[in-house]
Ligand binder design. Structure first.
Ligand SMILES: Nc1ncnc2c1ncn2[C@@H]1O[C@H](COP(=O)(O)OP(=O)(O)OP(=O)(O)O)[C@@H](O)[C@H]1O
Ligand SMILES: [Mg+2]
Length: 237
């Protein structure tokens, strides 16, 4: 049986052209595998390479060396390190969602529309997608008067809730999520944790970067700890 995800010998370096091609070795020999339905918490101090690793898997960063075997629904087993742009786009459209630490939205699109967008793209009819978006924003405690407002002017915590809601509303097969609870209060953190656990029961596998002990302990099945671009330990959370 193939692992859901198997990362082998992954390296990523950055050449800083403005610093006379100074080389930064962000990831050195990363090896781990993930089972389907697992929630892995990716930890490590700032600059240890967490976001870079996630971006290598999602294809935002080209991988220098190594392989990322993913048992995709669309193509079957595929090495994401060697996949074409077309294959990567198909995978992103059909099964893999990346949620960055910061909200990136088009200006002048109301919150409800931003959250409902993915469902509509996947063919859910508009009114039912908007209803689901309402229910998500309600659970996340976003004040109702903001639902028709533009998220570009929202506070950090409000934007984070929009960001998380838009990524998880459609229950992707594989969710890559960077610091989903960083600027949330405990009550809202717990709602986000519960929402991700609900996705797990529907079969979603999750790689979640977090600095937050509470999130790690209540969400993750397993912890991967990065230190200086290498995986240090794989403890049970
Ligand atoms: N696009 C890039 N160009 C050059 N260097 C980069 C780039 N992306 C990341 N790096 C470098 O790679 C290293 C790891 O960065 P990364 O963003 O992966 O860390 P992180 O663990 O996510 O940190 P944080 O917890 O602060 O988000 C850092 O030294 C960073 O400066
Ligand atoms: Mg980061």
């Amino acid at each position: 049986m193939n692992a859901f995800l198997e990362v082998t010998g992954l390296r990523k370096e950055f050449l800083m052209h403005i610093l006379n091609d100074k080389q930064i070795d962000a990831l050195e020999d990363i090896n781990f595998s993930m089972e389907e339905g697992e929630i892995i918490g990716l930890t490590g101090k700032s600059g240890s390479g967490k976001s870079s690793l996630m971006k290598c898997i999602y294809g935002t960063y080209l991988i220098g060396e190594g392989s990322v075997m993913y048992d995709s629904k669309t193509f079957g087993p595929i090495d994401l390190a060697a996949s074409s742009e077309h294959e990567m786009l198909q995978i992103r459209r059909n099964e893999m969602t990346y949620c960055s630490q910061f909200l990136q939205v088009i200006p002048r699109v109301p919150a409800l529309e931003v959250v409902a967008e993915q469902l509509i793209l996947e063919g859910t009819d508009r009114s039912s997608a908007i209803d689901q978006a309402r229910s998500f924003l309600d659970r996340l405690g976003l004040p109702e008067e903001l639902w028709d407002a533009y998220p570009s002017t929202f506070s950090g915590g409000e934007q984070q809730r929009i960001n998380v809601a838009q990524a998880i509303i459609s229950s992707p097969r594989f969710l890559l999520i960077d610091e989903p609870t960083a600027s949330l209060d405990l009550k809202t953190k717990n709602v986000v944790i519960q929402m991700i656990l609900d996705m797990k029961t529907k079969g979603t596998s999750v790689l979640c970067i977090t600095h937050d002990e509470h999130t790690l302990n209540n969400l993750a099945d397993r912890e991967l700890h990065l230190k200086n671009g290498r995986i240090q330990e794989a403890a049970v959370a």
